[in-house]
Design a protein around this ligand. Sequence first.
Ligand code: C5P
Length: 304
Amino acid sequence: MTAPSAVTVAAPAKVNLQLSVGPRRSDGFHELATVYQAVDVHDEVTLSAAPHTTLRVEGVGVEVVDVPTDGRNLALRAVAMLAEHAGVTDGHVAVHIRKRIPVAGGMAGGSADAAAALLAADTLWQLGTPRADLLRLAGRLGSDVPFALVGGTAAGIGRGERVEPLADAGSYWWLVLPSGGGLSTPEVYAELDRLRGNGGADPVLSEQLLTALAAGDPRRVAAALGNDLQEPALRLRPDLARVLRAAAQPPALTALVSGSGPTCLALAADPPEAEELSDRLRAAGHEVLLARGPVPGAHVVPAL
Ligand code: C5P
Protein backbone atom coordinates (compact mmCIF):
# COMPACT_ATOMS: atom_id res chain seq x y z
CA MET A 1 0.00 0.00 0.00
CA THR A 2 1.34 3.49 -0.84
CA ALA A 3 1.96 5.73 2.15
CA PRO A 4 -0.76 8.35 2.73
CA SER A 5 0.42 11.96 2.37
CA ALA A 6 -1.83 13.15 5.22
CA VAL A 7 -3.82 11.47 8.01
CA THR A 8 -6.59 13.00 10.13
CA VAL A 9 -7.61 11.48 13.47
CA ALA A 10 -10.59 12.59 15.59
CA ALA A 11 -10.28 12.16 19.37
CA PRO A 12 -13.09 12.69 21.88
CA ALA A 13 -13.37 14.82 25.01
CA LYS A 14 -14.05 12.97 28.26
CA VAL A 15 -16.23 13.49 31.28
CA ASN A 16 -15.57 11.80 34.63
CA LEU A 17 -18.64 10.11 36.07
CA GLN A 18 -16.63 9.27 39.15
CA LEU A 19 -13.36 10.89 40.17
CA SER A 20 -12.22 9.52 43.52
CA VAL A 21 -8.80 10.79 44.54
CA GLY A 22 -6.55 9.01 47.04
CA PRO A 23 -3.53 10.39 48.86
CA ARG A 24 -0.63 12.02 47.04
CA ARG A 25 1.97 9.40 46.01
CA SER A 26 5.74 9.75 46.30
CA ASP A 27 5.91 10.57 42.53
CA GLY A 28 3.60 13.57 43.08
CA PHE A 29 0.58 11.98 41.38
CA HIS A 30 -2.56 10.86 43.20
CA GLU A 31 -3.96 7.35 43.16
CA LEU A 32 -7.33 7.46 41.36
CA ALA A 33 -10.47 5.40 40.95
CA THR A 34 -12.22 7.09 38.08
CA VAL A 35 -14.92 6.31 35.53
CA TYR A 36 -14.41 8.05 32.20
CA GLN A 37 -16.93 8.51 29.44
CA ALA A 38 -16.00 9.74 25.94
CA VAL A 39 -18.44 12.29 24.48
CA ASP A 40 -19.06 13.48 20.93
CA VAL A 41 -17.08 16.71 21.14
CA HIS A 42 -13.94 15.98 19.12
CA ASP A 43 -10.62 17.61 18.33
CA GLU A 44 -9.16 16.69 14.94
CA VAL A 45 -5.45 16.35 14.35
CA THR A 46 -4.07 16.19 10.78
CA LEU A 47 -0.47 15.13 10.17
CA SER A 48 1.24 15.52 6.81
CA ALA A 49 4.82 14.78 5.84
CA ALA A 50 6.85 18.03 5.75
CA PRO A 51 10.49 19.18 5.53
CA HIS A 52 10.31 20.63 9.09
CA THR A 53 7.95 19.96 11.98
CA THR A 54 5.37 22.74 12.33
CA LEU A 55 2.21 23.21 14.42
CA ARG A 56 -0.96 25.13 13.66
CA VAL A 57 -3.77 25.30 16.21
CA GLU A 58 -7.17 26.43 14.95
CA GLY A 59 -10.11 27.04 17.29
CA VAL A 60 -13.51 25.89 16.05
CA GLY A 61 -15.78 27.83 18.40
CA VAL A 62 -13.21 27.75 21.22
CA GLU A 63 -10.46 30.13 22.34
CA VAL A 64 -7.02 28.62 21.70
CA VAL A 65 -4.62 31.31 23.00
CA ASP A 66 -3.74 29.11 26.00
CA VAL A 67 -2.69 26.10 23.90
CA PRO A 68 1.12 25.80 24.04
CA THR A 69 2.68 25.80 20.57
CA ASP A 70 6.24 24.98 21.67
CA GLY A 71 7.78 21.69 22.83
CA ARG A 72 5.23 21.45 25.67
CA ASN A 73 2.43 20.80 23.18
CA LEU A 74 1.24 17.24 23.83
CA ALA A 75 0.57 16.47 20.16
CA LEU A 76 4.16 17.42 19.23
CA ARG A 77 5.48 15.38 22.16
CA ALA A 78 3.41 12.40 21.03
CA VAL A 79 4.85 12.56 17.51
CA ALA A 80 8.41 12.83 18.87
CA MET A 81 7.85 9.97 21.33
CA LEU A 82 6.51 7.60 18.67
CA ALA A 83 9.37 8.53 16.28
CA GLU A 84 11.90 7.69 18.98
CA HIS A 85 10.11 4.47 19.97
CA ALA A 86 9.93 3.24 16.37
CA GLY A 87 13.34 4.55 15.27
CA VAL A 88 11.84 6.92 12.69
CA THR A 89 14.64 9.37 11.90
CA ASP A 90 13.01 11.53 9.23
CA GLY A 91 9.68 11.99 11.02
CA HIS A 92 9.08 15.68 10.25
CA VAL A 93 5.39 16.50 10.05
CA ALA A 94 3.09 19.47 9.73
CA VAL A 95 0.60 19.18 12.61
CA HIS A 96 -2.76 20.90 12.30
CA ILE A 97 -5.08 20.77 15.33
CA ARG A 98 -8.74 21.76 14.94
CA LYS A 99 -9.95 22.31 18.49
CA ARG A 100 -13.55 22.00 19.60
CA ILE A 101 -12.85 20.78 23.15
CA PRO A 102 -12.68 23.67 25.66
CA VAL A 103 -9.03 24.44 26.49
CA ALA A 104 -7.82 23.85 30.10
CA GLY A 105 -11.43 22.97 30.86
CA GLY A 106 -11.27 19.59 32.61
CA MET A 107 -12.32 17.63 29.51
CA ALA A 108 -8.87 16.34 28.55
CA GLY A 109 -8.58 18.27 25.28
CA GLY A 110 -4.76 18.23 25.34
CA SER A 111 -4.85 14.48 26.04
CA ALA A 112 -7.22 13.96 23.10
CA ASP A 113 -4.74 15.78 20.84
CA ALA A 114 -1.90 13.58 22.10
CA ALA A 115 -3.89 10.38 21.48
CA ALA A 116 -4.90 11.62 18.03
CA ALA A 117 -1.31 12.54 17.14
CA LEU A 118 -0.01 9.11 18.24
CA LEU A 119 -2.53 7.29 16.07
CA ALA A 120 -2.07 9.70 13.15
CA ALA A 121 1.74 9.32 13.19
CA ASP A 122 1.44 5.53 13.47
CA THR A 123 -0.87 5.54 10.42
CA LEU A 124 1.13 8.11 8.39
CA TRP A 125 4.39 6.20 8.91
CA GLN A 126 2.62 2.82 8.43
CA LEU A 127 4.23 1.45 11.59
CA GLY A 128 1.44 -0.85 12.81
CA THR A 129 2.60 -0.30 16.41
CA PRO A 130 0.95 -2.91 18.68
CA ARG A 131 -1.99 -1.47 20.61
CA ALA A 132 -0.35 -2.30 23.95
CA ASP A 133 2.73 -0.22 22.98
CA LEU A 134 0.56 2.74 21.90
CA LEU A 135 -1.29 2.57 25.22
CA ARG A 136 2.00 2.49 27.15
CA LEU A 137 3.36 5.51 25.24
CA ALA A 138 0.01 7.26 25.81
CA GLY A 139 0.33 6.67 29.57
CA ARG A 140 3.77 8.33 29.54
CA LEU A 141 2.33 11.40 27.79
CA GLY A 142 -0.39 11.98 30.41
CA SER A 143 -2.77 10.22 32.78
CA ASP A 144 -5.84 10.75 30.54
CA VAL A 145 -4.20 9.95 27.18
CA PRO A 146 -4.77 6.15 27.17
CA PHE A 147 -8.49 6.69 27.74
CA ALA A 148 -8.68 9.02 24.72
CA LEU A 149 -7.46 6.05 22.62
CA VAL A 150 -9.89 3.58 24.23
CA GLY A 151 -13.07 5.71 24.48
CA GLY A 152 -16.50 4.39 25.45
CA THR A 153 -17.09 4.17 29.18
CA ALA A 154 -14.12 2.86 31.13
CA ALA A 155 -12.58 2.64 34.58
CA GLY A 156 -9.25 4.37 35.15
CA ILE A 157 -6.98 3.26 37.98
CA GLY A 158 -3.39 3.99 39.03
CA ARG A 159 -2.99 7.67 38.16
CA GLY A 160 -5.82 7.17 35.64
CA GLU A 161 -3.62 5.66 32.91
CA ARG A 162 -4.65 2.02 33.47
CA VAL A 163 -7.93 1.77 31.57
CA GLU A 164 -10.50 -1.05 31.60
CA PRO A 165 -13.66 -0.80 29.44
CA LEU A 166 -16.93 -1.01 31.41
CA ALA A 167 -20.34 -2.41 30.50
CA ASP A 168 -22.60 0.53 29.67
CA ALA A 169 -26.07 -0.09 28.20
CA GLY A 170 -27.07 3.58 28.06
CA SER A 171 -26.78 6.79 26.05
CA TYR A 172 -26.31 9.94 28.08
CA TRP A 173 -27.11 13.55 27.20
CA TRP A 174 -24.70 16.01 28.73
CA LEU A 175 -24.84 19.77 28.75
CA VAL A 176 -21.34 21.19 28.78
CA LEU A 177 -20.93 24.70 30.21
CA PRO A 178 -17.43 25.98 29.42
CA SER A 179 -16.05 28.72 31.62
CA GLY A 180 -13.38 31.22 30.62
CA GLY A 181 -10.06 31.44 32.39
CA GLY A 182 -9.18 27.74 32.69
CA LEU A 183 -7.93 26.03 35.84
CA SER A 184 -4.52 24.44 36.30
CA THR A 185 -4.91 20.72 37.07
CA PRO A 186 -1.84 20.61 39.40
CA GLU A 187 -3.24 23.60 41.34
CA VAL A 188 -6.61 21.90 41.81
CA TYR A 189 -4.93 18.72 43.12
CA ALA A 190 -2.73 20.86 45.41
CA GLU A 191 -5.82 22.62 46.77
CA LEU A 192 -7.39 19.20 47.49
CA ASP A 193 -4.24 18.23 49.43
CA ARG A 194 -4.51 21.46 51.43
CA LEU A 195 -8.19 20.84 52.22
CA ARG A 196 -7.45 17.28 53.35
CA GLY A 197 -4.11 17.89 55.01
CA ASN A 198 -2.79 15.35 52.43
CA GLY A 199 -5.01 12.59 53.91
CA GLY A 200 -7.59 10.66 51.90
CA ALA A 201 -8.53 6.99 51.77
CA ASP A 202 -7.55 4.53 49.01
CA PRO A 203 -10.06 5.20 46.24
CA VAL A 204 -12.46 2.49 45.04
CA LEU A 205 -14.83 2.30 42.09
CA SER A 206 -18.47 2.97 42.99
CA GLU A 207 -20.58 -0.22 42.79
CA GLN A 208 -23.68 1.96 42.61
CA LEU A 209 -22.34 3.68 39.50
CA LEU A 210 -21.18 0.44 37.82
CA THR A 211 -24.61 -1.15 38.35
CA ALA A 212 -26.39 1.96 37.05
CA LEU A 213 -24.20 1.98 33.91
CA ALA A 214 -24.77 -1.74 33.27
CA ALA A 215 -28.52 -1.00 33.47
CA GLY A 216 -28.10 2.09 31.23
CA ASP A 217 -30.33 4.17 33.49
CA PRO A 218 -29.45 7.92 33.41
CA ARG A 219 -31.41 8.65 36.60
CA ARG A 220 -29.49 6.04 38.58
CA VAL A 221 -26.24 7.19 36.94
CA ALA A 222 -27.05 10.78 37.96
CA ALA A 223 -27.55 9.70 41.57
CA ALA A 224 -24.15 7.99 41.60
CA LEU A 225 -21.99 10.73 40.01
CA GLY A 226 -19.17 12.15 42.14
CA ASN A 227 -16.04 14.27 41.79
CA ASP A 228 -13.49 14.79 44.60
CA LEU A 229 -11.95 17.69 42.63
CA GLN A 230 -15.20 19.67 42.70
CA GLU A 231 -14.66 21.20 46.13
CA PRO A 232 -11.08 22.37 45.47
CA ALA A 233 -12.12 23.68 42.02
CA LEU A 234 -14.91 25.69 43.69
CA ARG A 235 -12.44 27.06 46.25
CA LEU A 236 -10.23 28.33 43.42
CA ARG A 237 -13.16 29.50 41.30
CA PRO A 238 -16.03 30.50 43.65
CA ASP A 239 -17.92 31.90 40.62
CA LEU A 240 -18.57 28.30 39.48
CA ALA A 241 -21.10 27.80 42.30
CA ARG A 242 -23.53 30.05 40.42
CA VAL A 243 -23.03 28.09 37.17
CA LEU A 244 -23.59 24.78 38.99
CA ARG A 245 -26.76 26.07 40.65
CA ALA A 246 -28.15 27.16 37.27
CA ALA A 247 -27.14 23.87 35.61
CA ALA A 248 -28.77 21.77 38.33
CA GLN A 249 -32.27 23.29 37.84
CA PRO A 250 -34.99 20.93 36.51
CA PRO A 251 -35.17 19.23 34.09
CA ALA A 252 -31.47 18.53 34.82
CA LEU A 253 -30.99 15.29 36.75
CA THR A 254 -27.88 16.74 38.41
CA ALA A 255 -24.87 18.97 37.77
CA LEU A 256 -21.18 18.70 38.62
CA VAL A 257 -17.74 20.07 37.80
CA SER A 258 -16.00 18.24 34.93
CA GLY A 259 -12.66 16.74 36.04
CA SER A 260 -10.48 19.51 37.51
CA GLY A 261 -12.83 22.15 36.00
CA PRO A 262 -13.75 24.87 35.34
CA THR A 263 -16.15 23.35 32.76
CA CYS A 264 -19.42 22.33 34.44
CA LEU A 265 -21.75 19.52 33.32
CA ALA A 266 -25.44 18.80 33.66
CA LEU A 267 -27.00 15.43 32.85
CA ALA A 268 -30.41 15.28 31.15
CA ALA A 269 -32.72 12.24 31.00
CA ASP A 270 -33.28 12.34 27.22
CA PRO A 271 -32.73 14.56 24.13
CA PRO A 272 -35.94 16.68 24.54
CA GLU A 273 -35.05 17.48 28.16
CA ALA A 274 -31.47 18.25 27.11
CA GLU A 275 -32.82 20.72 24.49
CA GLU A 276 -35.19 22.31 27.01
CA LEU A 277 -32.40 22.71 29.54
CA SER A 278 -29.94 24.13 27.03
CA ASP A 279 -32.55 26.66 25.81
CA ARG A 280 -33.09 27.77 29.40
CA LEU A 281 -29.40 28.03 30.19
CA ARG A 282 -28.65 29.93 26.97
CA ALA A 283 -31.53 32.34 27.71
CA ALA A 284 -29.87 32.96 31.10
CA GLY A 285 -26.62 33.90 29.30
CA HIS A 286 -24.63 30.65 29.61
CA GLU A 287 -22.59 29.14 26.79
CA VAL A 288 -23.80 25.54 26.34
CA LEU A 289 -22.65 22.61 24.21
CA LEU A 290 -24.73 19.46 23.88
CA ALA A 291 -22.70 16.25 24.10
CA ARG A 292 -23.73 12.59 23.88
CA GLY A 293 -21.76 9.73 25.33
CA PRO A 294 -20.41 7.15 25.18
CA VAL A 295 -18.62 7.34 21.80
CA PRO A 296 -15.54 5.45 20.50
CA GLY A 297 -11.99 6.61 21.19
CA ALA A 298 -9.51 8.18 18.75
CA HIS A 299 -10.08 7.01 15.16
CA VAL A 300 -8.79 7.78 11.68
CA VAL A 301 -11.17 9.97 9.66
CA PRO A 302 -11.44 8.52 6.13
CA ALA A 303 -10.02 10.87 3.44
CA LEU A 304 -12.69 12.37 1.16
O1 C5P B 1 -0.95 13.17 33.88
P1 C5P B 1 -1.12 14.61 33.60
O2 C5P B 1 0.13 15.22 32.99
O3 C5P B 1 -2.33 14.94 32.79
O4 C5P B 1 -1.31 15.31 35.00
C1 C5P B 1 -1.27 16.71 35.14
C2 C5P B 1 -1.07 17.04 36.62
O5 C5P B 1 -2.22 16.68 37.37
C3 C5P B 1 0.09 16.30 37.29
O6 C5P B 1 1.31 16.98 37.10
C4 C5P B 1 -0.35 16.27 38.73
O7 C5P B 1 -0.09 17.51 39.36
C5 C5P B 1 -1.86 16.15 38.63
N1 C5P B 1 -2.33 14.74 38.72
C6 C5P B 1 -2.27 14.09 39.94
N2 C5P B 1 -2.71 12.79 40.04
C7 C5P B 1 -3.19 12.15 38.96
C8 C5P B 1 -3.27 12.79 37.71
C9 C5P B 1 -2.83 14.10 37.62
O8 C5P B 1 -1.83 14.67 40.94
N3 C5P B 1 -3.61 10.89 39.09
